[in-house]
Design a protein around this ligand. Sequence first.
Ligand code: ARG
Length: 565
Amino acid sequence: MDHRAYIAERIAAEGVTAEELAEIIAVPPDPSMGDYALPCFKLAKLMRKPPAVIAQELAEKFVPDGVVASAAAAGGYLNFKLDRRALFAGFASEFMEGDISGGLPYGASDEGRGKTVCIDYSSVNIAKPFHIGHLSTTVLGGALYRIFKYLGYRVVGINHLGDYGTQFGKLISAYKRWGVREEVEKGGIHAVNDLYVRFNSEATEEMEEEARENFRLIESGDEEANRLFEWFKSLTLEYVGKIYDRLHVSFDSYAGERFYIDKMQPVIDELKEKGLLVESRGAQVVDLEAYDMPPFIVLRSDGASLYATRDLAAAFYRKKTYNFDKCLYVVAYQQNLHFRQLFKVIELMGEDWAKDMVHVAYGMVSLEDGAMSTRKGKVVWLEDVINRCVEKAAKVLEEKNPDLADKEDVAEKVGVGAVIFGALYNNKIKDIVFSYDKALNFDGETSVYVQYTCARCASVLEKAAALPRGDMFAVEPNDRELELVKSLSAFPSAVRAAAKGYEPSTVARWCVDTAQVFNKFYLDCKIAQAESDDARAMRVFLTEATAACLKRGLGLLGIGVPEKM
Ligand code: ARG
């Protein structure tokens, strides 16, 4: 049960909705004051009364029930105490309904049934480096993909490949000039990228013209040009595919920019019919001056389409093909203007689904100074970051536990997890400076801390397995147990909030908070040596529930949990 929502429901009155109240209800810093508190000063304006009066009146009206044992006014606050046994019983029955009696797993729901969410994420550029800048879009998109699925939505993951443009003409020119088949086969995407970089640094005007001609050849269906293009494409996809596997992300569609080339004309025609297309210095544009934005360029003066044109066609295609309820674009904030323009143009075309388009913008990830020696201006490949983090994880694990079994597998889970968690722990719009040492700190706000807590749960459960368990409902939870129950009960709302705000960090934070609460419980409450079989039963159950929820929380983020650490 979501206790905030429950309390809010119980006190909703006088022009304040339960939803508004639920957002205000907080957990007091000192649990002896109560389990939850309503800061009434936040209502004073709305209800036109002093906070202390609001608290007093609400307290007087409140009738305790099986869940909320009391509501007491203290100055401008209304403090609630929950019934401990009811709290535990409520959580236990909900958890067991899903996890033990075969219902939906705890925290999952079917609220999204019948609804479709398209998520455009990772969207790699063919033959270009897959670099650290792609980390956030890939793991944020992957997390949202799983989170929406968990809530019962149909989710369509789309990798909108950057596979169109004159750079492919350059690449063909470079390959024909300097390329050696075996070397490219061996070097893969790195070799392809080297060719491209070399072309750009050595290109003469003549070579540029040749590149343009090669691009035209791809366009006109020339067999050799297309064969080369497809080859570069498959090298890229094979390469990123391995990284996707390690990051646990997958896609339902790889329809990239090229896919939309023959789907643009009807949309351009429609723009014309609706009188939205105007000429500006030879180009065809949609004027957005009234919305304080520069014009949205649909066709360049030479008639060529742009990134924006392809995105416009893609949006219509997605609506037609998937009939989405939401279409998310997980793309860096640098493209804010592009998406604002795109969504506005769709709105001006009279499509009411323009309101369902969401740009899920995120901040930049950079590496701590000196974390990777790169020559100035050289990109940091994401694969190198992952490999290095896994190597470092192996070292840390070796120091902590030299006898560990399956070392490689554990290091992979810990190292990859640290990279993912590093990108997901903070509010997505913040710029992040990634530090290997911080990300691999066993005592920090890290995935390895959460993973370690899971392993601790597993070892507790192993030790307690053969010991008698009494009736867990026969004891009243103590402070620590209660705190853990509350933290576990917050899992479903953390998942829902992550979907609602397109903010997986909500789940990441929930994982760290709950791991911290469990570790306090673990220090203070004996489990194997519990004072009674009933107490042991409750603690073992809470440990099982913690392990299951933490594993699921990390799983939603794309992070695996080793059995032992
Ligand atoms: N490939 C693009 C880039 O690297 C991102 C594409 C995002 N998706 C989209 N539909 N525009 O900047």
